[in-house]
Design a protein around this ligand. Structure first.
Ligand code: CS2
Length: 460
């Protein structure tokens, strides 16, 4: 079977949609760090639609910060790949052509730094997962002891962390005397733009105070809320896609039909016409982001830990379990009660829509994928709901059950646990040891007697 590439594009069957522009002629304006499945099904997908509608030099240079898989999947395909959209039994493929090439940062970090500092790079976006920012989840501060940060400070021109790479690229733009790119964080962190701005400033401050001041004065870091369910691609998915398109696509990603992107209107320069492609550009992302992190991602994590304990494998299976559906609904109510009223956000309708999305049987979103890196996810997904609910004098039984289920998961997984704090977590014994883990629980929540008593009753 032929591999997807510009040479095979024209011969694809009519039902496979393809870029409405010549991808070979699209000049890059964006560098994206962390070119995984989520980016390819989300920001790249929006960018393709924006270019189709409004044009512009908005090609994407992707960068893998760890493995070589993505460069090896996409570069031989001229950057082309399909998004296999699964809706129940329905399936369709959209071929994306906005990614020009994918750099492998560990092989040549300097080349990536040069790209970021290039005058034509107007946006640097990131999806490096929560743990990829080398920060302390409970506080949002840089973890200056993180091995990657230590290595980057010792060798700032050959950085390996996302923050080290970003700051080295921004420093180049400053030295070259041109306007720096806007930095657009697209990970599920609360106030993600503000967090990355702070991390960049803290890291730069450890290199050189003048660089830190220049970044603080000159670089825009809009906040974003990003949403699309994108499970890891499987061999089955690739076979399904090949049967539809007639070509082999090693860069294939899988997604639900739904997509949402809310972006703070705070760019330091030009941007693609993402608004024309369906993104919402708003003055304040916070209400959207809080609702999404606490209702969607909070429920996801709860379903993962509780669902795995009950022997389920996927989100669709877990939400079909009446007990877990009721728990999900109740958790969403708890989370919604912490949101306050925001114009344009109907949280009852939002919760209904989320449950319907979780029930999409076409999508095999594995609970174990969501369960990973819990230490990085719990604060913004569940612990915020708990502390605010208790402070308001209400109970948060469902969010607390989810935290207890996470502790159960950590204990069950043992050496198999996937978490950047695994070495610490797997050594913990009693509940008090867990609560003393300040990077996750912070300083205040472990002092809350109501929380500790409720959690203790569940964990024992
Ligand atoms: C999930 C998210 O893996 C996870 O932790 O909760 O990736 C989730 O699917 C996305 O945020 C949906 O937008």
């Amino acid at each position: 079977m032929n591999r997807l590439s510009r040479a095979t594009l024209a011969a694809l069957p009519a039902q496979v949609s393809r870029p409405k522009f010549d991808s070979a002629k699209l000049a890059p304006g964006i560098v994206h760090l962390g070119c995984g499945a989520f980016h390819r099904a989300h920001q790249a997908w929006y960018t393709q639609r924006a270019v189709e509608i409004a044009g512009g030099d908005w090609g994407i240079v992707g960068a893998s910060l760890r493995g070589k898989d993505v460069p090896d999947q996409l570069n031989p395909q001229d950057g082309l790949y399909g998004v296999l959209v699964l809706d129940g039994a329905e399936r369709r493929i959209e071929i994306m052509g906005v990614i020009g090439e994918v750099l492998h940062a560990p092989s040549d970090p300097a080349a990536l730094v040069v790209r970021i500092g290039d005058k034509t790079t107007r946006i640097v976006s990131t999806t490096v997962t929560e743990k990829g920012y080398c920060h302390i989840p409970a506080t949002g501060d840089l973890d200056a002891k993180h091995p990657d940060i230590v290595a980057d400070l010792a060798n700032p021109e050959r950085p390996r962390s996302a923050i080290g790479i970003l700051v080295a690229g921004l420093a180049r733009a400053r030295d070259a005397g041109h306007a720096p790119p806007t930095v657009l964080c697209c990970d599920n962190l609360p106030s993600n733009g503000k967090v990355v701005a702070k991390l960049a400033a803290q890291y730069a401050g450890l290199r050189d105070a003048k660089l830190r001041d220049w970044i603080e004065r000159n670089v825009a870091f809009p906040c974003t809320m990003i949403d699309r369910i994108v499970p890891a691609t499987t061999e089955d998915d690739r076979n399904t896609a090949a049967a539809i398109s007639g070509v082999e696509d090693q860069g294939l990603v899988v997604a639900e039909p739904f997509a949402q992107w809310v972006i703070e209107d705070k760019f330091g320069g030009p941007r693609p016409a993402w608004d024309k492609a369906g993104a919402q550009i708003v003055p304040d992302v916070a209400p959207f982001e809080r609702a999404k992190l606490r209702l969607l991602n909070g429920a996801h994590s709860a379903l993962a830990y509780r669902g795995l304990a009950k022997g389920h494998t996927t989100v669709a299976e877990a939400i079909a379990d009446p007990e877990l559906l009721a728990a999900t609904r109740a958790l969403m109510k708890e989370a919604a009660a912490t949101q306050g009223k925001t114009a344009g956000l109907d949280l009852d309708a939002y919760a209904d829509a989320l449950c319907a999305r979780f029930a999409n049987r076409g999508i095999r979103h594995r609970l174990i994928q969501i369960a990973m890196d819990g230490s990085q996810k719990l604060p913004q997904r569940l612990l915020g709901t708990i502390s605010e609910t208790l402070a308001a004098g209400r109970d948060a039984p469902e969010a607390i059950k989810a935290v207890a289920a996470w502790i159960g998961h950590v204990r069950r997984e043992g050496a198999k646990l996937q978490d950047p704090l695994a070495a610490t977590l797997t050594g913990l014994r009693g509940l008090d040891d867990f609560l003393a883990c300040e990077a996750v629980f912070g300083k205040d929540l472990p002092k809350n007697e109501k929380f500790v008593a409720a959690l203790r009753a569940l964990v024992q």
